[in-house]
Design a protein around this ligand. Sequence first.
Ligand SMILES: *[C@@H]1O[C@H](CO)[C@@H](O)[C@H](O)[C@H]1NC(C)=O
Ligand SMILES: *[C@@H]1O[C@H](CO)[C@@H](O)[C@H](O)[C@H]1NC(C)=O
Ligand SMILES: *[C@@H]1O[C@H](CO)[C@@H](O)[C@H](O)[C@H]1NC(C)=O
Ligand SMILES: *[C@@H]1O[C@H](CO)[C@@H](O)[C@H](O)[C@H]1NC(C)=O
Ligand SMILES: *[C@@H]1O[C@H](CO)[C@@H](O)[C@H](O)[C@H]1NC(C)=O
Ligand SMILES: *[C@@H]1O[C@H](CO)[C@@H](O)[C@H](O)[C@H]1NC(C)=O
Ligand SMILES: *[C@@H]1O[C@H](CO)[C@@H](O)[C@H](O)[C@H]1NC(C)=O
Ligand SMILES: *[C@@H]1O[C@H](CO)[C@@H](O)[C@H](O)[C@H]1NC(C)=O
Ligand SMILES: *[C@@H]1O[C@H](CO)[C@@H](O)[C@H](O)[C@H]1NC(C)=O
Ligand SMILES: *[C@@H]1O[C@H](CO)[C@@H](O)[C@H](O)[C@H]1NC(C)=O
Length: 622
Amino acid sequence: MASSFLLLISLLLLLLLLLPFHSNANLHKTRLRRSDLFSEPDVTTTADHSTPPTVFFEVSKPIVTPKSKPCSLLLLHHDFAFTYGKPPVLADYTPPSHCSFTKFSKIVLEWKATCRGRQFDRIFGVWLGGVEILRSCTAEPRATGIVWTVQKDITRYSSLLSKNQTLAVYLGNLVDKTYTGIYNVKIRIHFYPEEEGFGGNGVYSQKLGSAYDSDSRADLILPISRNLPLNDGLWFEVQNSTDVEFKEFEIPQNVYRAVLEVYVSFHENDEFWYSNLPNDYIIANNLTDTPGNGPFREVLVDLDGEIVGAVWPFTVIYTGGVNPLLWRPISGIGSFNLPSYDIELTPFLGNLLDGKVHNFGFRVTHALNVWFINANLHLWLDDNSVKTEAKLLNHIVSSPSMSQDLNFTGPDGTFLTKVTRSVSSTGWVKSSFGIITTLSNQDLSYSNSMTMGNNGSSQTVNQEIQFNTSVYAKKESSHVYSVKSLKTFPLYMYSNTKDEENGSYQSIANLTLGFNEKKTDGLGKVISSLKNVQNGQGLIVVKGHLVTSGLGSTQQDYRYHDDVQCYSRNISSSNYTILHDNVKNTCGEKQNSPESLRFRRWPIPARRAFLDSNLFVNNGRV
Ligand SMILES: *[C@@H]1O[C@H](CO)[C@@H](O)[C@H](O)[C@H]1NC(C)=O
Ligand SMILES: *[C@@H]1O[C@H](CO)[C@@H](O)[C@H](O)[C@H]1NC(C)=O
Ligand SMILES: *[C@@H]1O[C@H](CO)[C@@H](O)[C@H](O)[C@H]1NC(C)=O
Ligand SMILES: *[C@@H]1O[C@H](CO)[C@@H](O)[C@H](O)[C@H]1NC(C)=O
Ligand SMILES: *[C@@H]1O[C@H](CO)[C@@H](O)[C@H](O)[C@H]1NC(C)=O
Ligand SMILES: *[C@@H]1O[C@H](CO)[C@@H](O)[C@H](O)[C@H]1NC(C)=O
Ligand SMILES: *[C@@H]1O[C@H](CO)[C@@H](O)[C@H](O)[C@H]1NC(C)=O
Ligand SMILES: *[C@@H]1O[C@H](CO)[C@@H](O)[C@H](O)[C@H]1NC(C)=O
Ligand SMILES: *[C@@H]1O[C@H](CO)[C@@H](O)[C@H](O)[C@H]1NC(C)=O
Ligand SMILES: *[C@@H]1O[C@H](CO)[C@@H](O)[C@H](O)[C@H]1NC(C)=O
C-alpha cells in the first residue's frame, strides 16, 4: 500500500484538478479521501433502468420493539445533489401530535436512501437540536441503482423528541458529468407506544434505577457541537496533533448523573490511521505525501483542561475503503451506523455544579488531517431538589505508556507499537436519592504490528485494541449499578500493490475486522455479548481513478445475545452475490423466520440496575 500512497495522492490531485472547482475550495474541505478514488466497475456499461436496485446493508441485530404498530413521522425527503460546502439541510421537528399515545417505549430513526450512477462514499451526520443522533457513511451506487436502510434505536434521545427542534443533515456531495450519483433520502421516526412490561421510563417507579440503566433516557441532552449556521457539518474538525477544539457549556444545578457520548470519524490522511507509517521510515525512504505519524491514535476529552476520558476508536472502514468491491452488498462493520462512545462523568459533577461556564476540549494524539468529533452531554435531573451537591474524590490519569520498535532497511521492515493507558475517577453526589458514590474506570491497551515487504509494496497490519470501561455506583454499602464493558477491536489487513507501469495498478487486499463487546454485571454475569467479525478478500485493477476490473468477497459471522434477544447471522458474498445467509434469532437450537424474534417482555436492564447488596447474595437477580 505504501508505494501506492504516492500514486493515490497524485490521483487525488489529478481528480481535484478535474473537478469543476472553485479556487476558494480549501483542500481538506473537499471530503475527497483516499478511498474515494475507487469507483464502480460496471459504471461504464449502459444503465439498465429495468434492473431493480441492489439492496446494500450492514449486518446488525434487529431492534426489539413492542408488538403494537408504531406511529410514524416523515421528517425529511431530500435529494442530496451538489450539497458540498452548503449549509446543512434543515427540517422542523414537532413532537408527533397524531399519535393516539403520548408515552413511548421505543423510538427508532430510519434513514432510507437510493442512488444511481457513480458517486463516492460520503460521511454524513444527523443532528436534532444540535445533538448528533446518527453518524454514517453513504453506500457507493451502481449504474443500475442501489437502495439501503439504516435503523437506529434513538430512545436514549427521548427528552429532545418531546420538544420542537431543528433537524439538521449534512452530507457533502459533489455532482458533475462524471460523478452523477444523487442521494435521494427519506428520514422517518417511528414511535412505539408504551406497553405493559416493556422498557420505558414510565414503567419504573424508581427513577434512580432507570437513570443508571444503560438504555436510560437523560432528562436533558446538551449538544457539544458547533452551532448553526455553518456551511458544513456541526462536528469539530481536529486537524493535527496539537489542535484542540473547545466548547463551553453550563449545566443546571440539580444534576445527579452525567454521561458524555462522543462521536468520531477519521478521514483523508487519517482515514486508515492504523496503517500509517512511522515518520522515521518515511524520511529514510524519501517518501512524500505519505500519511505518517505511525499507527496509534487516541481521542482525548478534556474538561477544563484536564483529561477526563479517552476513546480508542473502532477502525470503521467506509464503503469506498481498501477495496470498494468488498462492501457490496454487505457493508463494513459500523459503516452505516458509526459507534459512539460513552464516558461516565458523574464523578466530576463536584466541579460542574457551581453554576459557572466550563469547557470540553477534544484532541487526537498524533492526528493528521482530519477527525470529525462532537459529543452529547446526557444529564439526569433531580426532580425533588433545586440543587444537588457533589465532590470529586479521586482522579487518576496514567500517562500513556508507549513502546515502539522500528526495524527496517530501505523500504522493507517491521514496526511494533504498544500502548496502555488508564483513566479512573471517583466522586459522590448528594441528591434526593441520598449520597451515591460513582467510580468510573477506563483501561485501554493497544498493539500494532506492521510489516512492509516486497520492496515496500506490500503491507501487513495486525492490530488489537482492548477498551475496558466500568462504572460502579453505590449508596452506602449497597450497589445501585454496576456494569463492566469489555470491547476488543481486532484488525488484520494485508495489501499488495503492483504498478503496471502504464498508468494502471493492481491491488490485492485481505482483511479481518472485528467488533466484540461483552458486558457483565457486578457479579461477572454476562448482560450482553456481541461477536462480530468480517473477513474479506479482494483484487482490483485501477486505471486513472477508476476501478477497471476486480472482485471482492466478504464473509461475516455475527452473534449477539442478551436477556431478551438472541441473534446470529452467518453470511457471505462475492462479486455482488450473496453466497449463503444463515439467520438465527432464537436462543435455542431451532431456527426461525425473522418475524418470530424472541421477545421476552420485561425490562431487564432496568431491573438489573437495582442490584443491592442483598441481591448480590441472591445471585444478583431481581
Ligand atoms: C411547535 O411547532 C408547532 C408547528 O410549527 C407550533 O404550532 C407550536 O406552537 C410549537 N410549539 C412551541 C412550544 O413552540
Ligand atoms: C494545527 O491545526 C490548527 C487548527 O487548524 C492550526 O491552527 C495549527 O497551525 C496547526 N498546527 C500545525 C503544527 O500544523
Ligand atoms: C533520499 O534523498 C537523499 C537526498 O536527495 C539521497 O541522498 C538518498 O539516497 C535518498 N534515499 C533514498 C532511499 O532514496
Ligand atoms: C531486524 O530485521 C532483520 C531482517 O528481518 C532481522 O534479521 C533482525 O534480526 C531484526 N533486528 C531486530 C533488532 O529485531
Ligand atoms: C480487560 O478486561 C479483561 C477481562 O477482565 C482482561 O483480561 C484484560 O486484560 C483487560 N484489558 C485491559 C486493557 O485492562
Ligand atoms: C525497490 O524500489 C526502489 C525504489 O522504488 C527501486 O529503485 C529498486 O530498484 C527496487 N528494488 C527491487 C529489488 O525491486
Ligand atoms: C496496462 O493496463 C491495462 C488496463 O488498462 C491492463 O489490462 C494491462 O495488464 C496493464 N499492464 C501492462 C503491463 O500492460
Ligand atoms: C489472502 O487471501 C487469499 C484468499 O483467501 C489467501 O489465499 C492468501 O493466502 C491470503 N494472503 C494473506 C497474506 O493473507
Ligand atoms: C458460516 O457458514 C459457512 C457456510 O455454511 C460455514 O462453512 C462456516 O463454517 C460458517 N461459519 C461459522 C463461523 O459458523
Ligand atoms: C462478476 O459477476 C459478473 C456478472 O454479474 C460477471 O460478468 C463477472 O465475470 C463476475 N466476475 C468475476 C471475477 O467472477
